[in-house]
Design a protein around this ligand. Structure first.
Ligand code: GTP
Ligand code: MG
Length: 292
């Protein structure tokens, strides 16, 4: 089994930084987490990528091509399409031409963060994101999509709602185990943090109040905002985990939660992926008998 986090989120939300910090955190506990850069436009990141899409194609290739003549966004979509078309390249980099040749010496230990580009339309309504995830699944990766949102853009009701809707459309489009993360918590003022806490816990109804009083849109679409807010709340559809990059406990806690989602560290022989037992059976050893 291989494990993967697909790290996505709006431009500048902190994806590459997240990958760097998670890799360092793992190193500290002698655990190997590799990072794969799948952003063809990336200019700077602090990790050492195990695989880099820029070795296959760069954004400039698509933009400078006389026939293609793409702008930056169209060019990026083209690059990702190109990656899917050249999936053998990715596969050979990830797994090796020889299927027995694993990235790490212990095949159970393959744990990879995929640092994605910041165009979230790749994951909300275009098909590339989904195709990529399906490819990885077919190569036996257990996947969690990790959606990062800059906490500074979540501190009033309307922004919180639109961030939530963005997370929801990624979840609905990809249909993968999913964790939402609020980044840059270290940059929030005390009062902003308080405001955000109000939405996260314990009373999401505060959000509805703010929404319907603070903006003209909210006032004139009161019923709609309420309906969306209630829907999200009643079905526990979207939950955010705050992350403070300066606080190791916060990072540890987040990694643990994601590990749980992809069942990292559980018995490697038990293939639970194709079989989703009810929660109360997951802890039950007897149920493993039926899972091979
Ligand atoms: N203070 C603080 N700064 C952060 C944090 N995460 C990211 N940054 C900064 O935010 C900027 C963008 O971070 P990146 O990690 O490059 O964001 P990204 O999502 O990879 O950006 P794109 O790939 O361009 O979409 C950089 O200047 C980072 O140093 C954080 O948790 N705290
Ligand atoms: Mg980046």
């Amino acid at each position: 089994m291989r494990y993967a986090q697909i790290v996505i989120g709006p431009a500048g939300s902190g994806k590459s930084t997240y990958c760097t910090y998670m890799q360092r955190l793992a190193q500290d506990s002698k655990r190997l987490i590799e990072v794969v850069n799948l952003d063809p436009a990336a200019e700077h990141f602090d990790y050492q990528p195990a695989i880099d899409i820029r070795d296959l194609i760069q954004l400039d290739d698509a933009m400078e091509d006389e026939e293609l003549r793409y702008g930056p966004n169209g060019g990026l979509v083209f690059c990702l399409e190109f990656l899917i078309e050249n999936q053998e390249w990715l596969k050979s980099q990830l797994i090796g031409a020889d299927p027995d040749n694993e990235l790490s010496t212990d095949p159970d230990d393959d744990y990879i963060l995929f640092d994605m580009p910041g165009q979230i339309e790749l994951f909300t309504h275009l098909t590339m994101g989904k195709k990529l995830v399906q490819l990885l699944e077919s190569w036996n990766f257990r996947i969690c999509t990790v959606f990062l949102v800059d906490s500074q853009f979540m501190i009033d009701g309307a922004k919180f709602l639109s961030g939530t809707m963005a997370a929801l459309s990624v979840m609905a489009n990809l249909e993968m185990p999913h964790v939402n993360v609020l980044t840059k918590m270290d940059l929030l003022s005390k009062s902003a943090r308080k405001q955000l806490d109000k939405y996260l816990d314990p009373d999401p109804r505060a959000l509805l109040n703010d929404l319907t009083t603070e903006s003209a849109w909210g006032r004139s679409h009161r019923k709609l905002s309420e309906a969306i807010g209630t829907l999200i709340e009643d079905f526990s559809l979207v939950r955010f985990i705050p992350m403070n990059i300066d606080d190791e406990d916060s990072l540890q806690d987040l990694l643990l939660q994601i590990d749980n989602v992809i069942q990292y560290g559980e018995d490697g022989d038990v293939k639970m992926h194709d079989f989703d037992p009810p929660d109360n059976e997951k802890e039950n050893d007897d149920s493993k008998l039926f899972m091979e």
